[in-house]
Design a protein around this ligand. Structure first.
Ligand code: SAM
Length: 277
């Protein structure tokens, strides 16, 4: 399948999966490569044949969905977001948790890939706040639909390039080099729990003080699915909690009961007053 055939195919199939072409335009080569591989496996000559196959075999749509999981991530991705977390969001969340006489800041990394985002958060907490707030724990639940990503996350070892954006002192503190990989030390892993979950179907139990949902829902999902998922995210956010979305993403129109935390888009907070409603 050529690039233009694949583009046409994606523009045809993505709406059925409630995904949007705009999100896939730049990363389509990765998806097209997988689709071509699938065509070979099925012995099909081209996109038209695969369309016909999908029409005759409705179960194939679930396989096609898996071919559209984009798992690009890295530690400290979008440095500014993590600087805002360190400078403002985490210290304020810590104070709010202390005010409600709790000892745990609960975080959810939704669409966590191989754990780069969740472990970045664990590194920031341990290196910048653990001494300042000795009685507080940062607990992170990290979910992803891809079982291979979850296994990699649980293993906690990475190619050095995926940690290249981390401040070098943190990299040196948090990892040990083993056979050409960087493996996280246990003390940075113990606060993170990984779960295999489809965000379209479910969310982890309980309320969260911090939800990171970056480069998934608001990039790849279509408007209808974004709204449905956004409702789930907003329901899971504790009063006074923060939602962080990707740098180039925006929330779907709607009254989500959130206010921008900064003038720069991407960080939202749920006002404490919403506890009353
Ligand atoms: C592009 S990565 C983003 C990783 C990380 N949040 C970041 O910004 O670096 C998107 C992740 O979402 C996962 N994903 C895709 N569809 C999903 C779904 N329906 N439910 C949960 N995770 C999903 C993919 O497997 C992939 O690991």
């Amino acid at each position: 399948m050529t690039d233009s055939e694949c583009v046409e195919f994606l523009q045809w199939c993505l709406p059925t999966l409630h995904l949007r072409w705009r999100g896939f335009r730049k990363v389509r080569r990765q998806v097209c490569k997988r689709i071509n591989h699938r065509l070979q496996g099925l012995g099909l000559p081209n996109a038209a044949a695969y369309r016909a196959y999908l029409e005759d075999h409705p179960n194939e749509w679930a396989t096609l969905d898996t071919l559209c999981w984009i798992n690009i991530s890295r530690f400290y991705r979008d440095r500014k977001v993590f600087e805002q977390l360190e400078d403002c969001v985490l210290p304020q969340l810590a104070q709010r948790v202390i005010t409600r006489a709790d000892s745990e800041i609960r975080c959810w990394s939704a669409g966590c890939a191989a754990g780069e985002e969740s472990y970045t958060l664990a590194i920031i907490w341990r290196n910048c706040f653990a001494t300042q707030f000795p009685l507080l724990r940062l607990r992170i639940v990290a979910t992803d639909i891809d079982p291979i990503a979850i296994r990699r996350a649980e293993r906690g070892c990475y190619r050095p390039s995926s940690a290249k954006d981390l401040p070098s002192a943190w990299r040196a503190q948090a990892f040990v080099a083993i056979a050409g990989e960087l493996c996280l030390k246990d003390e940075y892993r113990s606060s993170v729990t990984f779960m295999l979950q489809d965000i379209r179907q479910c969310a982890p139990e309980g309320l969260f003080d911090l939800i990171l949902c970056r480069n998934l829902v608001f990039t790849y999902f279509d408007e209808t699915l974004q709204r449905k998922t956004m409702q789930g995210l907003s329901d899971r956010l504790a009063p006074g909690g923060a939602l962080i979305i990707g740098n180039l993403e925006s929330l779907p129109d709607g009254a989500w009961g959130l206010a921008p935390w900064f003038t720069r888009a991407g960080v939202y907070e749920k006002p404490v007053e919403s506890q009353l409603h």
